[in-house]
Design a protein around this ligand. Structure first.
Ligand code: F6P
Length: 341
């Protein structure tokens, strides 16, 4: 069987480990053959393929990014669509696809599977917001990068007796903020799931400052302040028409300063969280997911995504995978909030 692999949507540390896991197991155990599509669905629509054998995957588990490239191309727009994709796959002799991506990628994969294509999915999101899997690779790395940055922010904050605001990724959910903030000893964590007033935030900051600490505030980019309806966006829309987020930290800093009189600085960590080498945890998880995807193809589990449940890799339908956003539950936030202020 000849399989095409694509990585689609925002990149994430661990993508290369998935590719390696799938190709190694596929070649060694299932006698499969692989090619890579360049830049996600763009490569599928434009039939832009690269060889993907043992040589191409040598030593890539520790490399960040994706050797195949990625894009936020929608396969149903422009020249795309079911007919064109089916034709491309037939012409290239490709029997099945392994699509590695987040919500948008899996939604497209579901539509194509419903139309008769043979696709298995691998979940990818640094935000860790897919309900059907306990953890996604890339999340652990992003949290560690954020914690390293916060440890640094704390020492400069302490030298100047300043409040430091660290903005992290997290469009719909606050997992990166919750985990990095807890690990770094933040005095306040603001996440999309929890409305928090600026007055409450100022109270936490003042209380930490009054104890002689340099307050650290961690805010997820998707946080919506109490008195507002939408997350802060000043950079237009992305290819899927979603507002590009980022900048809430810079907006909160002067408000904190105004309400508390404490000098405040904000840092947006942005794409640094998605760059560089994956952590050991993410390499292992990604490798296991890649190997399971090759098994799924061998067993013809079309329209299903590999998922981590506890410590086991399981298979869930695209419907189930797309069904629920994994938000931070109230009890997890309440537990973290005991440490605020
Ligand atoms: O979905 C993952 C994510 O990293 C979000 O946290 C963030 O809002 C978005 O992607 C950024 O996307 P882009 O790389 O297109 O700027």
């Amino acid at each position: 069987m000849r399989i095409g692999i694509l990585t689609s949507g925002g990149d994430c540390p661990g993508l290369n480990a998935v590719i390696r896991g799938a190709v190694l197991k596929g070649i060694q155990i299932h006698g499969q053959e692989f090619v890579g599509f360049r830049d996600g669905w763009r490569g599928v629509v434009e039939s832009d393929i690269v060889p993907l054998g043992r040589k191409e995957i040598q030593g890539i588990a520790k490399q960040g990014g994706t050797i195949l490239g990625t894009s936020r191309t929608n396969p149903f727009e422009g020249n795309g669509g079911v007919e064109r994709i089916t034709e491309n796959l037939e012409r290239r002799g490709i029997d099945a696809l392994i699509a590695i991506g987040g919500e948008g990628t899996l939604a497209a994969a579901k539509r194509l599977t419903d139309a008769g294509l043979k696709i298995v999915g691998v979940p990818k999101t640094v935000d860790n917001d897919l309900g059907a899997t306990d953890y996604t690779f890339g999340f652990d790395t992003a949290v560690q990068i954020a914690v390293d940055a916060m440890d640094r922010l704390r020492t400069t904050g302490e030298s100047h007796s300043r409040c430091m605001v660290a903005e992290v990724m997290g469009r719909h959910v606050g997992w990166i903020a919750l985990h990095s903030g807890m690990a770094a000893g933040a005095h306040a964590i603001l996440i999309p799931e929890q409305k928090t007033s600026v007055e409450q935030l100022a109270e936490w900051v003042r209380s930490a400052y009054d104890r002689g600490r340099a307050p650290l505030v961690v805010v997820a980019e998707g946080f919506v302040p109490d008195e507002e309806d939408d997350a802060h966006s000043e950079r237009g829309l992305d290819a899927f028409g979603r507002p590009r987020l980022g900048g809430i930290g810079e907006r909160l800093a002067p408000l904190i300063e105004e309400l508390t009189g404490i000098e405040t600085r904000a840092t947006t960590l942005g794409h640094i969280q998605r760059g560089g080498t994956p952590s050991a945890y993410d390499r292992v998880l990604a490798t296991r997911l890649g190997m399971a995807a090759s098994d799924s193809v061998a067993e013809g589990r079309w329209g299903r995504m590999v998922a981590l449940r506890g410590t086991e890799i399981e298979h869930v339908s695209f419907e189930e995978a797309l069904g629920t956003l994994k938000v931070v539950p109230q009890n997890r936030y309440d537990e973290a909030a005991i440490l605020f202020g």
